[in-house]
Write a protein that binds this ligand. Structure first.
Ligand code: GLU
Length: 324
C-alpha cells in the first residue's frame, strides 16, 4: 500500500506554494488508493507555534485535503509531531555512532563561512563542509570539548548518489557532494535531515512529494538511509511558486496565506482549480474540488517549470484578494 505525507513546518502560515505541494501529495495518494499522512515538523520549537499548526489543519480541511493519519486522525504510526519523536532520533544517532559514522565538530559559523568563497556554491545548509574536524584525534576532541559544546556531523559514504525523481527526472550527485552534514546542533537540536529520514522511514512512507527546494537535500537523506539500513521512498520534487522577484513565495509577496484567502471570502474550489491549473493538471483555472481532480491525476502531468505569480494574476484569478 502506498503511503505519502505532507510535512509542514509550523513556523509560518500555509501559503499558495505549500498548498500546491499538499494538493499534489494528497492527489498522488488518493489516485493510488494510498494512505495520506500529516506530520508536523516542529522540531525547532523556538520557531514553531501551536496556533500555526491549528491554522494549517484548518486550512487543509478547508481545501478538502483530508489525512488518514496525523493530528486528529489515526495515530497508528505516531506520534506525528516531531517534537514528540526525539527518542527515535536519539536511537538513530546511537546506531550511527556505534558504526563510527558520527564525529564532533567544533567549527564556528565564521570558520565555515571563511571557506564559502570556494567555487562550490552554497548548499541548502550553508556551505559544503570541508571535513576539518573529521580526523581530529580522540585526545584533541576531548581537549576541545572541555571548552566548547560540539555539533555532531555525519560522515557521508564515499559513493555517488543517483535516483530517478518522479517529476524532475534522473539525478546524479558525485561522491562527497554537499559534504558531511550536521545531524545534531551544538544546542542539541536534531537536524531536519536526520528527523525527516527517520520519520519517513519509520512511518513507512513510500512516496515523498515535496518542493524542489529540497531536491539538493535528497542525496544527504539517501546517505542516511544507507547508513541506517533503511529503505528510501520514491522521491518527486515539484517546482515552487515564485514571486515576481523570482524568489520563492513567502510573506514578502503579500497576503497569499491560505487563512487570509479563506478570510477574504475566496472559495476553496477557486484556489484548488488555480493550483491544479498552474501545476499542469487543468488546461484552464476553473473552480473544482480536490476530489474531482483524483481521476485525472498523473505524476507525469505535473509541470516541470517553476510558476511565477504576478500581481495581475492574483487579481484576475483570486478576486477579492489584494496581493500586497
Ligand atoms: N518541513 C519541510 C517544509 O515545510 C518539508 C520537509 C519535507 O517535505 O521533506 O519545508
Amino acid at each position: 500500500m502506498k503511503r505519502g505525507r505532507f510535512a509542514p513546518t509550523p513556523s509560518g502560515d500555509m501559503h499558495l506554494g505549500n498548498a500546491k505541494i499538499a494538493l499534489l501529495s494528497w492527489l498522488q495518494m488518493r489516485a493510488a488508493g494510498g494512505v495520506f499522512v500529516l506530520r508536523i515538523e516542529d522540531i525547532d520549537i523556538q520557531r514553531s507555534r501551536p496556533e500555526i499548526t491549528e491554522r494549517i489543519l484548518a486550512d487543509l480541511r478547508w481545501l478538502g485535503l483530508d489525512w488518514d493519519e496525523g493530528p486528529g486522525a489515526s495515530e497508528a504510526s505516531g506520534p506525528y509531531l516531531q517534537s514528540q519523536r526525539t527518542g527515535l532520533y536519539e536511537e538513530a544517532l546511537a546506531k550511527l555512532a556505534a558504526d563510527g559514522r558520527l564525529y564532533p565538530c567544533f567549527c564556528s559559523r565564521a570558520e565555515l563561512l571563511a571557506v564559502a568563497g570556494a567555487p562550490h556554491g552554497l548548499s541548502s545548509e550553508g556551505v559544503p563542509y570541508p571535513g576539518t574536524c573529521r580526523s581530529l584525534s580522540p585526545e584533541e576532541r576531548e581537549r576541545r570539548a572541555r571548552h566548547k559544546e560540539p555539533s555532531l556531523r555525519f560522515a557521508i559514504g564515499p559513493e555517488a548518489v543517483s535516483f530517478v525523481d518522479g517529476i524532475a527526472g534522473p539525478q546524479v550527485f558525485p561522491p562527497g557532494s554537499g559534504g558531511d552534514f550536521v545531524v545534531r546542533r551544538a544546542d542539541r537540536m536534531f537536524s531536519y535531515q536526520l528527523a525527516v529520514t527517520v520519520d519517513d522511514a519509520l512511518m513507512g512512507i513510500t512516496d515523498v512529494l515535496r518542493g524542489d527546494d529540497l531536491l539538493d537535500s535528497t542525496p544527504r537523506q539517501l546517505h542516511l538511509y544507507a547508513a541506517l539500513g533503511l529503505t528510501p521512498p520514491a522521491f518527486a520534487h515539484a517546482p515552487l511558486i515564485l514571486g515576481e522577484d523570482g524568489r520563492r513565495l513567502a510573506k514578502r509577496h503579500g497576503d497569499l496565506g491560505i487563512s487570509s484567502l479563506r478570510a477574504a471570502g475566496t472559495k476553496p474550489e477557486t484556489v484548488i482549480g488555480w493550483l491544479a491549473y498552474i501545476s499542469g493538471l487543468l488546461d484552464d483555472p476553473v473552480a473544482v474540488t480536490a476530489k474531482e481532480l483524483i481521476p485525472g491525476f498523473r505524476l507525469d502531468r505535473i509541470s516541470h517549470e517553476p510558476f511565477m505569480l504576478t500581481e495581475a494574476m492574483v487579481r484576475r484569478l483570486l478576486p477579492g484578494v489584494s496581493p500586497s
